[in-house]
Design a protein around this ligand. Structure first.
Ligand SMILES: Nc1nc(=O)c2c([nH]1)NC[C@@H]1CN(c3ccc(C(=O)N[C@@H](CCC(=O)O)C(=O)O)cc3)C=[N+]21
Length: 290
């Protein structure tokens, strides 16, 4: 059998970012218009600091305005909601992202609900989720959108394929299911408690791993030739240091048709799709052409 193909999300994301930057410059620069993305980070979680820094760099590289708001860990919900109200009203801000997880004293669902759905570039608002579920134009959560782009690039038409999604979060599993249904897949949503999960996974033409458990999905859970998308980003100890692994035991997946590596697979696509959503939100605010 042909050797497994690596799906290069890093390269795909770089091409997407270049295309978005070209679009921003060629269509809007002359008119003095710029999409703007506001990112709010509460507290000092080291991983979150790294991600927020990466988002800032990508936003600038795409020719957009980046507004960073770093708030102390003890910020009250009132202060955070006040900032969100200000960003909702700011015409220079087209996208708003509040980095998750939030410190425990803050109610993430109340914060997400406060972000104007038309600026909610994470696609986490119930209005965004409802629009996606009912087939209306929506801002779609960045990680599953990135997975869909990689699948369509690799496989072309997805019609009739059986997709098994392991993971049922609002951020990945559920919106991923909606997107794949929209692309005419047959979709199964499974989770760590599903009965005979290995056998279920073996029925997948497309296997999406989004459980958040390092290397939980073993080689013998993968049907030969299947396309595997590994959403997991787990930092595990490695000697005196640490390393990143996905939710799939990558070294055992040599008989898959294709697989996304970790790092360099889905992660970079999440950031590229954030830029894409910011551009989409910006376009929708432009006055209709006369
Ligand atoms: N409101 C909100 N929206 C998010 O989209 C959001 C969030 N909160 N909280 C945290 C997670 C995580 N996340 C990642 C983005 C990029 C990489 C990424 O680019 N990873 C690289 C390298 C990572 C590394 O080296 O540490 C890769 O996989 O190749 C990873 C993870 C967005 N998140």
């Amino acid at each position: 059998m042909a050797p497994v193909q690596r799906i290069d999300g890093k390269a795909f994301a770089a091409r997407m970012t270049t295309r978005i930057a070209d679009e921003v410059r060629s269509l809007f620069d002359e008119a003095g218009l710029k999409p703007g993305l506001a990112v709010v980070l509460v507290g000092h979680d080291p991983a979150s600091q790294v991600y927020v820094g990466a988002k800032h760099k990508a936003t600038i590289a795409a020719g957009m305005k980046s507004f960073e708001h770093r708030l102390p860990a003890e910020t009250s919900e009132d202060v955070l909601l006040g900032l969100i109200a200000q960003l909702n009203a700011d015409p220079n801000v087209h996208g708003i992202l509040v980095q998750l997880p939030l410190p425990a004293h803050l109610d993430a669902s109340a914060v997400i609900a406060a972000i104007d759905p038309s600026k909610n570039v994470d696609g986490f608002h119930v209005v965004n989720a409802g629009q996606l579920a009912t087939g209306q134009d929506a801002l779609v959560p960045c990680t599953p959108l990135g997975c869909l782009f990689l699948l369509q690039d690799h496989l072309g038409d997805l019609s009739g394929l059986h997709a098994v999604i392991v993971g049922r979060s609002n951020i990945v599993g559920k919106p991923m299911a909606q997107l794949l249904l929209g692309a005419n897949c047959t979709v199964t949503i499974a989770h760590s408690g599903s009965r005979d999960l290995p056998a279920l996974c073996r029925t997948a033409d497309i296997l999406i791993a989004a459980v958040g458990r390092p290397e939980m999905i073993r080689g013998d859970w993968i049907k030969p030739g299947a396309t595997v998308i590994d959403v997991g980003i787990n930092r595990i100890p490695d000697g005196d240091s640490t390393r990143l692994v996905g939710d799939v035991a990558f070294a055992e997946a040599g008989h898959a048709g294709a697989i996304t590596p970790v790092p360099g697979g889905v992660g970079p696509m999440t950031i590229a799709c954030l830029l894409q959503n910011t551009l989409t939100a910006f376009r929708r605010k432009l006055p209709a052409k006369a």
